[in-house]
Design a protein around this ligand. Sequence first.
Ligand SMILES: Cc1cc2nc3c(=O)[nH]c(=O)nc-3n(C[C@H](O)[C@H](O)[C@H](O)COP(=O)(O)OP(=O)(O)OC[C@H]3O[C@@H](n4cnc5c(N)ncnc54)[C@H](O)[C@@H]3O)c2cc1C
Length: 386
Amino acid sequence: MDTDVDAEIVIVGAGICGLATALALHRKRIKSVVLERSETVRATGAAIIVQANGWRALDELGIGSTLRETAIQIHRKCTFSGEDSYRLTRLSQWNFHLGTIRTNCQVLSVELDPVTKFPHLMLSNGSVLRAKVVIGCDGVNSAIASMFGLHRTTLRLFSTSVARGFTNYPNGHKFSSEFVMMSKGQVQLGRLPVTDKLVYWFVTRLRTSKDSKIWKDPVLIRQSLMESMKGFPAEAMEMMRNSKLSFLHLTELKYRPPWDLLFNNFRKGTVTIAGDAMHPTGPFVAQGGSASIEDAIVLARCLAQKMFDDKNKTEETTINSAMAEEAFDQYVKERKMRNFWLSFHSFLVGKKLDTTSSIIRFIILAIMSTLFRDPDWHSRYHCGNL
Ligand SMILES: Cc1cc2nc3c(=O)[nH]c(=O)nc-3n(C[C@H](O)[C@H](O)[C@H](O)COP(=O)(O)OP(=O)(O)OC[C@H]3O[C@@H](n4cnc5c(N)ncnc54)[C@H](O)[C@@H]3O)c2cc1C
């Protein structure tokens, strides 16, 4: 390794995107170091819906078939049309052999060294880590994204909160094995049996002033959800009443306007961003996680092409600034419009749920039926080979 740096490629954040990027690079025989602020690489959220494009990307990573063994295949009912099936999976079951993941390592900011132009990462323990390349996969409140002058994600764009969880039925439940949505006013409930004794569900409802205080307390979350769901069928109320506290999560939706994606080049020197750090798409089209895995595939492919495809280079080639800059420019070019359309679609679906104005809802429906005539356009995408 170059003596001017402590690490060649640093990935900030060990969420879906950071881990997928590390794995994709690993498959290309490119080493990286992942810095994660939490104590462990943990699984937040109850489960995630992965659509066909996400499975294609997971197959490229080489973990699709392992995950399929534990994922649940589901067919949609009510909100969406089309025959495509989703699969629900717990990505905590990913089994990585990646090399270095440094936990308890929070990055506060990144700056480009005025002389070497390499990025320097300021860590919360006061130390500075010098890298050649930084990939910010640090989620919606990304410290790396602020380097690109991106607006901080905001609560203002949506007034919705989302809760997710599981309910256990020791004597079995009577639900059919379909994904069912029901709504009353601005409260929506999605329900999906996982086994004959376990049901996954999510609730979207207007944010309340209490949400920011109760999000760490599952008992209060459940109580608040029960209040929002007054008037729902008795079986739905019972499901909520018996929900497993250990899997209950409440998220206030933070968002960056989709048009921020159009007017930014997402590369500064040898730094770029991916996943929610670049495009927080929220839950409304259930594509944020899959789009993050697609980012990882494209990023690793572009870096590997620049590092190894030139016939003059050997496999021992280490990355340099020119390679990283060209690779990131290619990556941004490939991902920008894909992520813009996903983000825009999700934004419109979210706004439609959010608004109380029938005129706005009508306008949104008109835009959606013009732009997204095929509601499954996003899952037909293939990000290409790793
Ligand atoms: C309620 C809800 C439901 C959703 N449902 C779906 C779904 O069904 N299907 C789907 O595809 N998508 C879904 N999404 C979107 C999906 O969860 C996200 O798009 C995805 O998790 C983004 O992954 P990420 O790795 O970019 O970010 P994250 O998962 O947020 O990971 C970021 C990681 O970086 C770490 N980190 C943050 N800051 C720092 C720092 N400064 N230094 C070091 N580490 C740091 C964090 O601890 C975290 O581990 C949903 C989102 C929400 C809110």
